[in-house]
Design a binder for this molecule. Sequence first.
Ligand code: FAD
Length: 467
Amino acid sequence: MDTLFTAPANRIRPERVLEAELQGRAILPGDVDYDAARAAWNLTVDQYPALIVVAESADDIAAAVRYANEYDLSIAVQATGHGVARNADGSLLIITERLNEVSVDATTQTAWVEAGVKWGAVLEAAQAVGLAPLLGSSPGVGAVGYTLGGGMGWLARKYGLSIDSVLRFEVVTADGDRLNLSADQNPDLFWAMRGGTGAFALVTGMEIKLYPVTNVYGGTLIYPAAVAREALQFFREWSSYLPDEWTVSIALMNLPPLPELPPFLSGQSVVMVHGCYTGNPTIGMMMAQAWSEWKAPIANTFNVMPFTQVGSISNDPQQPVPGLSSGAWLDSLSDELIDTVVQFALPNGGPPALVKTEIRLAGGAMARVPAETNAYSHRQERFILQTVGITPSPEAQQQVKSHTVAFKSALTAHITGVYPNFLEGQEKYEAARQAFDAAKFNRLRAIKAIYDPENRFSHAFDLTPKA
Ligand SMILES: Cc1cc2nc3c(=O)[nH]c(=O)nc-3n(C[C@H](O)[C@H](O)[C@H](O)COP(=O)(O)OP(=O)(O)OC[C@H]3O[C@@H](n4cnc5c(N)ncnc54)[C@H](O)[C@@H]3O)c2cc1C
């Protein structure tokens, strides 16, 4: 309550006191750059934080977290906005994009990666010395956010998940302390954060392993949608004998009409077989040849490519788009399941609801890491489904949502769990029970109760502490 002695005009807002402590900025509703700061890469996200801190350093993050404690705000964190679970409405949103240091040590084959770094920057720095990070299909995705959910990219079957290559995290805990996490330091929190998403602490940087990959044999084969069923069956057979050097996927695509696409793709439905082979390219070429012997593709981009161009395999959009992603682990690629996938992925007497339905082959090095190593679960499954719909309007959002729900309920008998990184929005927030086995889920909640009893980090998986 204002009194005669503290007239509103003379009172300094606490956010401005915080800003004076920061190297970075504090942005409030009404500030000119509020709208730009609250935006996410996924244009569907429309969030109204009570306060946004654009951090310049780990100290800024610690100060912001202490502020959130003092004023009882929940904390959301964003590097790029590719994987928002729960909007930052009424919260403190910490933007990490300016923590963008990457340093590579060629001798130890490791990299130090700050919280705001996108994979493309790590790729560039590592490739300059003949090394590769375990990035995913898009270099525009944030390295830390991707890693906290697991991180399954084009080297995953050869070198494993990104989470299995983290040597150390530096974090700010829910009470604003800075901690080092590794196998020797705070091992319980280190265990939880490798696969448990951002529900436990805020990562300011991570040390990761790199691998000696310079060239790969990779690309995409394109077939008409008319052969989708047979292509999925052939993918099942072909993928059953692939060595770990191959990481592969098959996608049923409904491409929008776009002037930048060639006519055979613009507005068309097609099957795309993506792959990346890290062994001898001649052998990779011989193994990919099986597809051309099965049926001649409409297009074939497979080639020996510098690993710097790995993003061209999936060719994900780089610019922000409005979209909704979902997915699940599948128990098999049975004929019955394939029929359901084709039915929901391709247009069925009307415009298609989804732009992409992809099945990736898992296993390989991902499956060889002992289950107890970290929180990540579902290592033994072989096939992971991801669906993506474009949602430029609330109606489109609703349509994609209900189509995805119907798709997943038709697959219920074959779904064995979910992979955090392929979920978004409310589904992601609520999915913790399906992402982990029961023992890991309980252990995660117990660790959450120790490190974040007030549930300050409540914008990732919902792991509300045990009462
Ligand atoms: C085009 C595209 C391609 C993709 N390809 C792949 C792929 O090949 N393989 C794969 O596994 N995933 C893939 N993903 C999923 C992606 O890994 C997740 O969406 C991931 O969460 C994105 O992280 P971000 O930091 O870019 O996004 P943000 O939206 O900025 O962050 C997502 C979440 O990560 C957490 N987080 C981020 N930074 C921190 C931090 N410093 N401390 C604590 N928590 C933090 C927060 O919970 C945050 O809500 C893809 C997504 C898109 C849109």
